[in-house]
Design a protein around this ligand. Sequence first.
Ligand code: NAP
Length: 367
Amino acid sequence: MKRVIINGANGYVASHFILELLERNYEIIALIRKNGGCSPEERMNKTLAEITGGHYRPSKNLKIYAYSLMEEDCAISPEHLKEIFSMPADYFHFAASLKYDAKSKEEIFRTNITGVENSIRMFSRHTLPGSRFFMVSTAYSCGRYNGLFKEVFYDNNEDIAGFRNYYEQSKRFAENVLRKHINENHLPGHAIRLSQVVGDSRTGVTKTDYGIFDFARRVHSLSHRHPNRTIRIKIDPEATQNLIAINTVVNHLVCMAETPELPVIVNMVSKKPVRSGYIIESLNRLLPIRLVPDNTIETADMDVYERIMSIGMSFTGAYAQNNLEFDTTNLDSISKISNMDEEAVFRMLEYFIRSLSKHKTLAPAVG
Ligand SMILES: NC(=O)c1ccc[n+]([C@@H]2O[C@H](COP(=O)([O-])OP(=O)(O)OC[C@H]3O[C@@H](n4cnc5c(N)ncnc54)[C@H](OP(=O)(O)O)[C@@H]3O)[C@@H](O)[C@H]2O)c1
């Protein structure tokens, strides 16, 4: 039985990956921090129950350990380290802060850079030959780079002006920590650069509220508090969003775990980016609102509702003007599956909005 070690295991992408690996009879070691009074076991089982609609039953192939990313050997006891690293394994580092704002800079850098360094050190100290280290990064470590973003390392030579936010910058810096360990210490390391991970392209089931779904949640809230308004938003309708379905990501990750010889960097992105205009049209169909993309609108010309939307778009707005291009030569050499199209995005938005309406979870920040 092949072993896969995963930190940040209760997160959105990692938990879907774990479910698939369990289906395929892998042995999983899940590292989860204690948080909010629940044990790591409770947290993992709760997440797996949530994403399977309550169908998950605890498996003997899933072993769960508490860890602390910032401490030496992740504060895992010597006995547990022995168990975790008792055979060669693929180690996936998923843990990250997905915050992006300037006031969280310290937390973002600590988690995403120091956390990766600590994780690599623990792996290098305890792992057996034949193991591999995978750092989950982001395609947006490209920052404001113009042109085709290749599957190679880029230098740390840009200050924050070269990025949309500190999250992007932290991931670029973390990739360079990985590069240093590969070059200087022969770390068998790989970087996986995800674009925006969305719901399941087959069913539309969407259990994330990140990126375009955060935007959809805000639009949902505004349209229910103030129905039938026309709202101009500063978006280029011809710009595209690179959305990759969670089932596609899981497929690609499984292919990586099953491929012996791998490239160092993989841009795990969609080959078919979706037009922002299509996302806007979909929300207009699904909600009592008329959103009008207007790339020229300035804050001074906005009415109060348009300003509320604009403030809520501080993250998504930074991605509303792009047509980013990613090289996928390495990805294509591992896996060719691609499931994203406009209908799939519509199904996801429909599912997401239906679940918002069901739970009446209106975003407090809007309206
Ligand atoms: N989702 C996307 O669209 C996307 C796009 C590009 C790249 N990525 C990358 O993919 C990875 C997984 O993302 P995701 O969307 O699945 O994120 P997520 O659901 O927010 O999960 C993040 C995980 O990291 C853990 N974590 C955060 N801070 C930590 C800390 N200080 N110490 C230990 N663990 C910590 C979280 O644990 P707690 O639950 O205890 O907080 C959680 O398990 C991340 O590296 C992310 O940067 C994601």
